[in-house]
Design a protein around this ligand. Structure first.
Ligand code: AHG
Ligand code: MN
Ligand code: MN
Ligand code: MN
Length: 331
C-alpha cells in the first residue's frame, strides 16, 4: 500500500509495517531499527519534559571532544539512544557528537551503523526552547562477524538508508525519510504513540524566512554578507533560535533557508557533517529542497574524520540557489 493511502492518525508502528510490506524480500531489520529510535525518542522526551523538575538541567561538568561544555541532558540523551540501539541488535557501531570514538554495541552481526547528535540545541535546554535529536543510518560495508570500522562510519551522505530528527517542541515530532519521501509523526503522550500527522512533506520551493546567527555578520566572508544584505533588503523575516532542529523544522514546513557559514572563530563552519548536516540534507532533498557547503552538495562530501565540520546552507531550493549565486558573485 502506498503511503498516501494511509490515513492521518496511522501509528508509526503501523506505518513502518506497511512500508515493510512494500519490500517483501527485505528482512525487516531497518524497520526494527526505526522502532528502536522511536523508543529512545519517547524516553528522551520524558526526560526533556521533566528536566526542570528532576535536576537534569544545567552543565554536566565536562567537555565533549568538540570542546563544548556538555549539558546533563546531552549525556542522558546520548546514553538513552545508545542503550536502545544496543538492545535492538540491528546496529554494530554508533558514532555520536558526544563521544570521542566509535561505540561498538557488541552486535557484530548488526547490518547498520548510526551517526547521531543525541541532543541538538543544548544551549536551549534550560530556557525551554525547542531542542532535538538528529540521526543518520548507513549500511555497514565491513564483514559481518566483527565490530564495524572507521570506513563504515566515514560514508558520504548519499549512502544513508534512513535519516531524520526528533523535535522536542510545543509538541514532539519524529520526521524521517528512507529515501522515498519525508513523513512526520506527532507524539501523543497520553497514549505513548507517534501518529502520522505530516504526510509526504514537501518544502516550499521559495520562502521568506532566513535563519542565521546575525551576531557573526562581520565574521562572515563578503559573499555571505552580500546574501544577508539581500535578505534584509527583500524584507525577509529573520528567525533564529540556536537550535538547528527547530530552525530547520520551521523552514521545512514554511519555506526558508538556514545558514551556518564559516566564521573567523570556526573557519570550517560549526556544524558537524556526520551528526547534523548529512541527515538534514537527506531529509531536505527528499522534500524537494537543497543543502550545500557553499560549493558542494552536502551529501556528496566524503568525510575524512568523525567530528568533521562543514559550512552549511540548507532549505528551500530556490532560496539556496539564490544564496549560492550571490555568494559566488561577491567572491
Ligand atoms: P549542539 O547543541 O548539538 O552542540 O548544536 C548546536 C548547534 C545548532 O543546534 C545551532 O544551530 C548552532 O549550534 C547554534 O550556534 P550559535 O550559538 O553559534 O549560533
Ligand atoms: Mn554540543
Ligand atoms: Mn547539534
Ligand atoms: Mn548535540
Amino acid at each position: 500500500m502506498d503511503a498516501l493511502a494511509l490515513p492521518v492518525g496511522t501509528t508509526l508502528d503501523r506505518f513502518i509495517m506497511r512500508k515493510q510490506e512494500d519490500f517483501p524480500f527485505a528482512s525487516g531489520e531497518l524497520s526494527q531499527l526505526l522502532r528502536d529510535i522511536a523508543l529512545a525518542a519517547k524516553i528522551v522526551n520524558r526526560e526533556v519534559n521533566h528536566a526542570g523538575l528532576i535536576n537534569i538541567g544545567g552543565a554536566y561538568g565536562s567537555q565533549n571532544v568538540q570542546g563544548e561544555e556538555q549539558q546533563k541532558l546531552d549525556v542522558v540523551a546520548n546514553v538513552r539512544f545508545i542503550r536502545a540501539l544496543r538492545n535492538g541488535g540491528e546496529v554494530c557501531t554508533i558514532i555520536s557528537e558526544e563521544e570521542d570514538d566509535m561505540i561498538q554495541t557488541g552486535n557484530c552481526h548488526g547490518k547498520y551503523v548510526v551517526a547521531m547528535d543525541p541532543l541538538d540545541g543544548s544551549s536551549n535546554i534550560d530556557v525551554n526552547v525547542s531542542i532535538g535529536t538528529i540521526f543518520s543510518v548507513y549500511r555497514r560495508k565491513s564483514a559481518f562477524d566483527k565490530d564495524g570500522d572507521l570506513l563504515d562510519c566515514l560514508q558520504a551522505g548519499t549512502e544513508q538508508v534512513a535519516a531524520g530528527y526528533i523535535i522536542y517542541g510545543s509538541s514532539t515530532m519524529l520526521v524521517y525519510t528512507t529515501g522515498n519521501g519525508v513523513n512526520g509523526f506527532t507524539y501523543e503522550p497520553s497514549l505513548g504513540e507517534f501518529f502520522l500527522s505530516h504526510q509526504e512533506i514537501r518544502i516550499p520551493e521559495e520562502g521568506t524566512i532566513y535563519s542565521c546567527n546575525d551576531g557573526n555578520y562581520w565574521q562572515f566572508n563578503e559573499g555571505v554578507r552580500a546574501y544577508l544584505d539581500y535578505c534584509r533588503k527583500a524584507g525577509f523575516t529573520a528567525r533564529y533560535t540556536g537550535s538547528l532542529v527547530g530552525d530547520f523544522h520551521r523552514n521545512l514546513l514554511k519555506g526558508g533557508i538556514y545558514l551556518y557559514p564559516a566564521t573567523d572563530k570556526t573557519p570550517k563552519g560549526k556544524l558537524r557533517l556526520l551528526y547534523e548536516c548529512n541527515a538534514l540534507a537527506f531529509v531536505v532533498e527528499q522534500a524537494g529542497g537543497f543543502a550545500s557547503d557553499g560549493k558542494n552538495r552536502i551529501v556528496k562530501i566524503k568525510p575524512q574524520e568523525l567530528h568533521e565540520r562543514t559550512p552549511f546552507i540548507i532549505g528551500s531550493r530556490k532560496m539556496v540557489e539564490t544564496a549560492l549565486h550571490i555568494m559566488q558573485e561577491e567572491k
